[in-house]
Design a protein around this ligand. Structure first.
Ligand SMILES: Nc1nc2c(c(=O)[nH]1)N[C@H]1C(S)=C(S)[C@@H](COP(=O)(O)OP(=O)(O)OC[C@H]3O[C@@H](n4cnc5c(=O)[nH]c(N)nc54)[C@H](O)[C@@H]3O)O[C@H]1N2
Ligand SMILES: Nc1nc2c(c(=O)[nH]1)N[C@H]1C(S)=C(S)[C@@H](COP(=O)(O)OP(=O)(O)OC[C@H]3O[C@@H](n4cnc5c(=O)[nH]c(N)nc54)[C@H](O)[C@@H]3O)O[C@H]1N2
Ligand SMILES: [Mo]
Length: 693
């Protein structure tokens, strides 16, 4: 019998689409749009549609697996797997203490229930955990310092903007639903500007594409701020009433003349002036900064510099006027609500006092002493592919005694495991999820029985705890009793705090989060130490050691002379990080990895379309196919995020483990490389020209 459920996509993606899933004979058979989500009314992307394949993929891991002596894996029973893992857990705890075990979880599956995993480790007596984040915390912290919160106007409000700047964001691939509202604004006459070293599908829709050198955006923003001041385009009455530090800020940016900014960013003076003129004159403006740009060593200061443009022109707290970075208002009971949870100093639980930086995973793992790390447990993440400096991560993994990975597929990380436990998918356990872009709280119900012998993490942990000798009543202080009904009871209990959110209604459709502000900051109250918008932030200096004012720092300092090209590793439309690329439906469109090289850099290196090339630096190398591009900025090379070692290499073979200037983010993107042709191609035709000439 066919049944239709309302659900939502739990991938780490802005859109967090609602959709309707059709189920028949315990299989996902169809996926339809869900019109009740105003942010995602037209339906889900190709990746979402591919759940029909992914849920039942022939490559899915369906049973516990144990490494054999030949380097492959054999099926084992749950009893044997639990027996072996609990034996190791006992041994390490007795001999070295619980902190000899590293608990690593990342962003593979969103939802509150996943956070229960940490409870097991609390029961175990603690563990070494992770702090920081691979994704967005430099920007979160920058905005928190300036405005006191992380929220933005509802997605459909972009329709009200007259000027939209996509600054280092490519929503046509990474937030496709946002393009609906951008297009509506354009139909009403809005101007669209894209600032990106690449010509992207988003920039195909733009009136103006500006291509700065990577990592120099703060200088561009400060240059525009300088021109706004020179041209008398600052909203003085707004600034006087609501802003702290204006005079000092203006003083500090006097050196950012258009000529100086051109020298730093390689953006022509005329473009800088046009940009400043638009920002000064066209209102309301919505500035949409991406996350890629803040994964530089100067990422936090860059976001503060961009945000200053909204502040100076009073584009805050009004329809169509917004700094559209992240909206955490729908995380009603996620830890995400409080970005501070990324900070080790905020973790008050002594059991987790020892933690390792996400950005420095490999290096930090190797450094741990008293006790040294003996074991890692990985779930919802693929650190071998996704964390920086893959070779060091691999070294650290291989130095351990014992590795457990909970996974759906045989990823690069799973391949390193001693035991792989089969992971649930989004249709196999009920959960509640928020979104960092749309304002909805959503129920993601269990709609099928788990495939094969799959068990959700919460059940795996329950079994482990029993085997470790804890009594059921002890365990149940931390974990729900196995069974999806118990998860639902637990969630219903949590929801009681929010009378606006009814379970029955959530089963049908998403609900706007209680208290959500359609127009963020419309009351012009700011939760900062001064109660004002802090252009100048003492906390920024005290907490992170950066300048109190937004500044530009060269993120490549010390590295740029050795390798001449800058590696960009942006996201691509048919993957979410390292997920989806292994599915047949996706492979039809993306059959093989390649790197994009600008025509002039290719000519200088005698590389032609289709050549095998090597991309390398001191940290590693990978080989791939070259695709030449007229529109890519000279000096940049692109190798997409999320490709696997098994497919030829991840960009993180080349990236460096380094934290961002604030927020304990990961500065993957200050990454310099060289590219070289590795195979002669008989039909050499060199293409001259390109727009960078
Ligand atoms: N399809 C798809 N969608 C996704 C994801 C995915 O993997 N796939 N991941 C989700 C997640 S977790 C995230 S964090 C977001 C990220 O999505 P976005 O915020 O869009 O970030 P990126 O793709 O990392 O980078 C966006 C653009 O910034 C440009 N860029 C790189 N360096 C610079 C620079 O120095 N200056 C400027 N101005 N531009 C620069 C890149 O060329 C790229 O086009 O996407 C989410 N959505
Ligand atoms: N070079 C470079 N590296 C990057 C980036 C970049 O731009 N450039 N972007 C960074 C960013 S923004 C992010 S957010 C990270 C993302 O990096 P990760 O958080 O590691 O995310 P994914 O690659 O999506 O891997 C998640 C894994 O979780 C598994 N999974 C899915 N659901 C479940 C589940 O319910 N249980 C378990 N146990 N497993 C599950 C999936 O199969 C997948 O293998 O990557 C970062 N890495
Ligand atoms: Mo991310």
């Amino acid at each position: 019998m066919k049944k239709i459920f309302s659900t939502a996509c739990p991938r780490n993606c802005y859109s967090t689409c609602s959709f309707k899933v059709h189920v028949e004979n315990n299989r996902i058979i169809n996926i339809d749009p869900h019109p009740d989500n105003k942010s995602t009314p037209e339906g889900i992307c190709l990746k979402g549609l591919s759940y029909v394949e992914r849920a039942h993929s022939k490559d899915r891991i369906l049973f516990p697996l144990k490494r054999n002596l030949r380097g492959g894996f054999d099926r084992v029973s749950w009893d044997d797997a639990i027996q072996e893992i609990s034996g190791k857990l006992k041994e390490y705890k007795n001999e070295f203490g619980p902190k000899s075990v590293l608990y690593y979880a990342a962003s593979g599956m969103a939802g509150y229930v996943n956070e229960l995993s940490e409870k097991f480790w609390e029961l175990y007596g603690g563990a070494t955990t992770m702090f920081g984040n691979l994704c967005w915390p430099a920007g979160l912290e920058a905005i928190h310092l300036t405005l006191g919160d992380n929220k933005h106007n509802v997605p459909w409000d972009i329709e009200n903007a007259k000027l939209i700047i996509l600054w280092g964001k490519n929503p046509a691939e990474t937030n496709i639903q946002q393009m609906i509202f951008i297009e509506k604004a354009q139909q009403k006459g809005a101007k669209l500007i894209v600032i990106d070293p690449r010509r992207t599908p988003s920039s195909e829709r733009a009136d103006l594409l500006i291509q700065p050198k990577p990592g120099t955006d703060a200088a561009l923003a400060l240059g525009i701020a300088h021109l706004l001041f020179e041209n008398n385009q600052i909203d003085k009455s707004f600034v006087d009433q609501y802003v702290l530090g204006f005079d000092k800020f203006v003083e500090s940016i006097s050196m950012y003349t258009p000529e100086k900014v051109t020298e730093i960013t390689d953006v022509p003076v005329d473009f800088i002036k046009e940009l400043a003129n638009d920002v000064g004159k066209i209102k309301p403006m919505t500035l949409v900064p991406g996350y890629g740009m803040q994964r530089f060593a100067n990422g936090g200061q860059t976001i503060r510099s961009l945000l200053a443009l909204n502040v100076l022109t009073a584009n805050i707290g009004k329809p169509g006027a917004c700094f559209h970075y992240a909206n955490l208002q729908s995380y009603v009971f996620d830890v995400l609500k409080e970005p501070m949870s990324y900070y080790p100093e905020m973790n008050s639980n002594p059991k987790f006092r020892r933690s390792v930086s996400m950005a420095l995973l490999g290096e930090d793992m190797l450094l741990q002493k008293n006790p040294e790390l003996k074991m890692i447990w990985v779930e919802r993440g693929n650190p071998v592919t996704q964390n920086p400096d893959t070779n060091t991560v691999l070294k650290a993994f291989r130095k351990l005694d014992f590795r457990v990975v909970v996974e759906q597929f045989l990823t690069d990380t799973a391949k390193e495991a001693d035991i792989i436990l089969p992971a649930k998918n989004m249709f196999e356990q009920t959960d509640i999820i928020g979104s960092y872009w749309n304002p909805y709280v959503q129920l993601k119900p269990k709609v099928v029985e788990p495939a094969g012998e799959v068990k959700p993490e919460s059940e795996i942990y329950y079994l482990l705890a029993q085997k470790l000798g804890y009594s059921n009543s002890e365990i149940e202080k931390y974990l729900p009793v196995p069974g999806n009904e118990n998860i639902e009871t637990h969630l219903k209990e949590k929801l009681k705090t929010f009378p606006e959110l009814s379970w029955d209604s959530l089963k049908e459709r998403p609900a706007i989060a209680p208290g959500n502000e359609e127009v963020a900051y419309s009351n012009l109250k700011f939760n900062t130490p001064s109660g004002k918008i802090e252009l100048r932030s003492e906390v920024a200096n005290k907490k992170w050691g950066v300048n109190e004012l937004p500044t530009y720092e060269d993120p490549y300092k010390g590295e740029k002379d050795m390798y001449p090209l800058k590696l960009l590793s942006p996201n691509t439309k048919n993957r979410i990080h390292s997920q989806f690329g292994n599915l047949d439906v996706i492979r039809q469109f993306d059959p093989e990895p390649y790197a994009v090289v600008s025509i002039r850099d290719a000519n200088e290196r005698r590389i032609i379309e289709g050549d095998r090339i090597k991309i390398y630096n001191d940290r590693g190398e990978l080989t791939t196919k070259a695709k030449l591009d007229f529109s890519l900025k000279k000096g940049c090379v692109v190798y997409y995020n999320g490709l696997w070692l098994q497919e030829g290499g991840t960009s993180n073979l080349l990236s460096k483990g380094r934290e961002t200037d604030m927020g304990h983010g990961t500065a993957f993107h200050d990454c310099c490389v060289e590219v070289e042709r590795i195979k002669d191609n008989p039909s050499q035709v060199f293409v001259k020209g390109g727009i960078n000439e």
